[in-house]
Write a protein that binds this ligand. Structure first.
Ligand code: FAD
Length: 384
């Protein structure tokens, strides 16, 4: 390997975690190449299909602080100091997360965050970003990556001293690692999917501000997170079977009137019907790996390493924490990549598995247990 500043680091995936990781690596003085399949999000309309806003918590804040952009990001976030529970009987209530010290989480726009991270990455002269580059092949033994340049359908090959896969839940890098001996991996789809809707900025002013709103209904639930323009992004999580039953405008409206009566006017009847007609519910997957590296220079982080169901609001947060951890390990072991990767797997695995489990558990908490007095919750677990 070459001297510190000449290490070539390749990051695959310019989503939230890949962009932040590239920033950390650039600050270490490495030569960084960031490859992303999609167009540059700063040059295109935001693509629908992923959550439009996300809950950002302490885990992510610590990482953003380390690279010096926490304040800037929080300025464009909306503090959520607690849950606002919409009971079916109309008796709504606010439950503060931390009444004593008033800690809160923040609702931030995914697109804004991604753009700011890329902007910050590109301030560094030792970084090159390549959009419209899809990783199609990984030779684990040789440390060789092949990308398809989607604009002109040609391929390029590249090598690096360190290869970091931050290419999301369906990671191509991880798929290559899965084919190596002794690499353990598990993937679980839940029977529930989600669709996103919107309360526009006019109606949104009627919502109680600075809360994460939840409509818990036992088997399913709806949540809403605020946007800066007073609109709200609303997500309905429900078994696929139930989504299938809502196959006509009347059925959709009857369902909402029955289970989410106070949301019908906010969402708008016509919009509701249109959203259901035009949107297919998306699946939710949880992924665990036995290791996050193979050999001496290939590592996966973020959703590629530990995608989780979104009910704990920690997927991105945990991915940002990966970047912080990797950076501190590299610092402690003087940029010795083989040692650092091993240490990363060893120190991350237990926590990553735990947060995947907590995320799964929190669906039950949010859609059901949050409505019950604590003695009944204890009883439910005693019955288990
Ligand atoms: P991604 O965001 O998936 O980014 C991966 C990137 O890699 C993408 O840009 C993709 O285009 C690129 N890529 C993929 N394949 C290739 C390839 N072959 N070649 C090159 N590039 C490639 N987390 C929270 O912390 N808080 C929340 O409130 C929250 N809410 C959520 C709500 C929903 C409905 C969902 C689905 C998720 C939520 N999450 C939340 C989780 C969060 O979205 C993910 O954990 C986060 O996006 C992971 O970031 P990532 O960069 O690892 O992966």
């Amino acid at each position: 390997m070459s001297t510190t500043t000449q290490y070539n680091v390749i990051v695959v995936g310019g989503g939230l975690v890949g962009s932040l990781c590239a920033l950390f690596m650039a600050k270490r003085g490495y030569q960084v190449s960031l490859y992303e399949y999609r167009e540059d999000p700063r040059a295109t309309e935001f693509a629908r299909g992923r959550s439009i806003n996300l809950a950002l918590s302490n885990r992510a804040r610590r990482a953003l602080q380390e690279v010096g952009i926490e304040e800037r990001i929080l300025k464009c976030g909306i503090a959520m100091k607690g849950r606002y529970i919409h009971n079916i009987n109309g008796k709504n209530k606010s439950i503060l997360y931390d009444p004593r010290t008033r800690q809160c989480i923040y609702s931030v726009s995914r697109n804004y965050l991604n753009q700011e991270l890329l902007q910050e990455v590109e301030r560094h002269l030792n970084v090159r970003t390549y959009f419209n580059h899809k990783l199609i092949n990984v030779d684990v033994d040789q440390g060789r990556l092949v990308f398809l340049q989607t604009k002109n359908n040609t391929t390029i090959e590249t090598y690096g001293d360190l290869l970091i896969g931050a290419d999301g839940a369906f990671s191509t890098v991880r798929r290559a690692l899965q084919q190596t001996p002794l690499f353990n991996f598990s993937q679980t789809y839940i029977d529930h999917g989600y669709i996103e809707m919107n309360i526009n900025s006019q109606s949104g002013r009627a919502m109680v501000p600075n809360h994460l709103h939840i409509w818990p209904r036992g088997e399913f639930m709806m949540i809403a997170l605020p946007n800066l323009d007073y609109s709200w992004t609303v997500t309905l999580f429900m078994p696929f079977e139930r989504f299938k039953e809502l196959n006509s405008p009347d059925k959709v409206l009857d369902f909402f009137k029955k289970f989410f009566p106070d949301s019908v006017e906010l969402l708008g009847k016509r919009q509701l019907v249109e959203d259901f007609a035009n949107t297919k519910p998306s699946p939710l997957v949880s992924i665990k790996c036995g290791s996050y590296h193979v050999g001496e220079n290939i590592l996966i982080i973020g959703d590629a390493a530990h995608a989780m169901v979104p009910f704990y609001g920690q997927g991105m947060n945990a991915g940002f924490e990966d970047c912080l951890l990797l950076d501190s390990i590299l610092e402690d072991c003087n940029d010795n990549f083989p040692v650092a990767l091993k240490l990363f797997t060893e120190s991350r695995r237990e926590d990553a598995h735990a947060i995947c489990d907590l995320a799964m558990y929190n669906y039950m908490e949010m859609r059901d247990l949050v409505t019950r007095p604590s003695y009944l919750i204890r009883k439910k677990f005693d019955d288990f």
